[in-house]
Design a protein around this ligand. Structure first.
Ligand SMILES: Cc1ncc(COP(=O)(O)O)c(C=O)c1O
Length: 499
């Protein structure tokens, strides 16, 4: 297996031809990365059909919605990705904190469906995935495998979700409604940070040649999808915020690292706008901060290892956020008492308070890390920080109930709401925020050795190749090639519109 060379030519012509015939029968047209980056390039005929299509239906047309320019409340494309512009009354800092909302992505209400598309489609158009014979295996802590199962179902192939048994109930409820067979949900031991157990299960599944493992932690399609699609979308968010103040400057991009795919958007924002890149992790599992380990509940992030697709040497800060804070704020933002407190006592705009349900646990962690970053770097009103809400509160109702029952068995009242706000927002400091120097970056990079070289068998030369910034820049050359191959693939199916 080659870990660092991206396929840009057809590897197996017979597999390719079968995939063309299969997609033709399934009436699937594949969007290019360029179309997902700039959906105004999507042909008008497709756009018109989408307006009549349920964004959560397993319909091929929804592949053309796997981008940031959707709004669940309204049909059609938005001019700017939906985002929250968090005011100082909430954050306690003058810097503008802008949060792009992943909830508007189709089918799964999280941007991980983009990562799934980015990992599978290059395989299809290079003749490495046979939708009739292969099963797509999606190792994940919950959202990537939902995205993968959604894409698999649309393409009419088997998709297998591999995830820890301890993830939120909502993830399993969703999966049960989408997989073809119950056995396509594979539960591994543990919770959020038990990725080694997921890898072990994948190694077992990989013994069957029908299983194609799409490992988001090592697939550069994940990194590139975020570089070319999420990067420009976040730039559009920043440009929109800048309309109100022309002197606004993009000081930082903040993202929690699960697979580190989203951090790929940081490479784009740094190259284009000079933003610093801030990687976030759970304080209870401080892998980047201190080579640490542990259990936590910021679901989707922090997996006791350094993903292969993380461009560590381009990362500027690492910030740790406690799951005590994300669990408590999940309750504050999504309970009647908490919302009443924020609107009445803190005088926050009720529309903003209502929109805070666009933040899932990792989105809350991203906001807290952005606040810490602003404090650490001494950012002011002319600085912006862009971050993402990968999924929304809709995925964590059960977690909220569990937390409220254990912490507030007598009920969550106004005093508790004030305490949560005081402890986790007003009182937030710049602790557990580390500005990386060369040695700090190398320490984190080197930590990846134990997972990738020792455990997963990556040749050392391929592991080390990623130290060179030119390696990461060169990766981008694959995307226009894939786009041409997607167009050629679509032409061969003879379809020019979905459905
Ligand atoms: C809820 C949530 N937040 C954050 C992440 C991390 O994103 P990435 O894998 O792109 O680093 C994930 C990844 O699955 C996630 O599901």
């Amino acid at each position: 297996m080659n870990w660092t060379e991206l396929p840009t030519a057809i590897v197996d012509r017979r597999v390719y031809d079968r995939a063309v015939a299969h997609m033709k029968a399934a009436r699937v047209v594949l969007p290019t990365f360029a179309e997902l980056a700039d959906p105004s390039a999507i042909p008008a005929s497709i756009g018109a059909e989408l307006d009549r299509l349920d964004p959560d239906a397993p319909h091929p047309g929804n592949l053309f919605r796997v981008h940031w320019y959707n709004d669940r409340g309204t049909p059609g494309r938005t001019a700017t990705p939906r985002y929250l512009d968090l005011p100082p009354a909430l954050t306690g800092v003058e810097a503008r904190i802008l949060v792009a909302l992943g909830r508007h992505f189709p089918m799964i209400g999280a941007h991980k469906v983009l990562a799934a598309y980015g990992c599978l489609v290059p395989r299809i158009v290079t003749g490495q995935f046979d939708p009739e014979r292969h099963k797509a295996v999606w190792p994940s802590t919950g959202n990537y495998c939902r995205g993968g199962v959604a894409i698999s179902r649309i393409l009419g192939c088997r998709g297998v979700a591999v995830l820890p048994e301890g993830m939120s109930r909502e993830r399993f409820d969703w999966l049960r409604g989408w997989v073809a067979h119950g056995e396509d949900i594979v539960r591994t031991p543990g919770t959020e940070s038990n990725v080694k157990e997921i890898y072990d299960k994948c190694a077992e599944l990989a013994r069957d040649p029908a299983n194609v493992i799409l490992n988001q932690f090592s697939e550069f399609g994940n990194y590139l999808a975020h570089y070319v699609v999420t990067g420009p979308a976040l730039r559009a968010v920043f440009d929109d915020a800048r309309k109100q103040s022309r002197s606004l400057h993009l000081a930082a991009f903040v993202a929690a690292s699960g697979s580190a795919g989203t951090l790929g958007a940081g490479d784009y924002l740094k190259a284009e706008l000079g933003a610093r890149i801030v990687a976030v992790e759970a304080l209870e599992c401080p892998t980047m901060l201190s080579n640490g380990y542990g259990e936590h509940n910021i679901q989707g992030i922090g997996d006791k290892h350094i993903p292969f697709i993380h461009n560590v040497l381009n990362t500027d800060l690492v910030v740790g956020v406690s799951d005590r804070a994300s669990d408590a704020l999940n309750l504050l933002f999504n309970s009647e008492v908490g919302r009443g407190y924020l609107a009445q006592r803190r005088r926050l705009d009720p529309a903003l308070v209502a929109a805070l349900d666009g933040l899932g646990l990792s989105g809350i962690a991203n906001v807290l890390a952005a606040i810490k970053t602003a404090r650490r770097l001494g950012l002011g009103a002319e600085d912006a920080i862009v971050t993402v809400g990968t999924d929304s509160a809709a995925m964590y109702g059960s977690e909220r109930e569990k937390f409220a029952a254990s912490r507030y068995p007598g009920g969550f009242d106004q005093v508790n709401a004030g305490e949560v706000f005081g402890e986790h927002l007003a009182g937030i400091a710049d602790d557990h925020a580390v500005e990386l120097d060369t040695q700090g970056r190398q320490r984190i990079f080197n930590l990846g050795y134990y997972t990738w070289v020792e455990q997963q068998g990556v040749p050392l030369a391929e592991f080390d190749r990623r130290r060179d910034p030119r390696f990461w820049r060169k990766l981008q050359d694959a995307v226009p090639v894939w786009d041409r191959m997607i167009e050629e693939f679509n032409a061969r199916t003879g379809l020019n519109r979905p459905g």
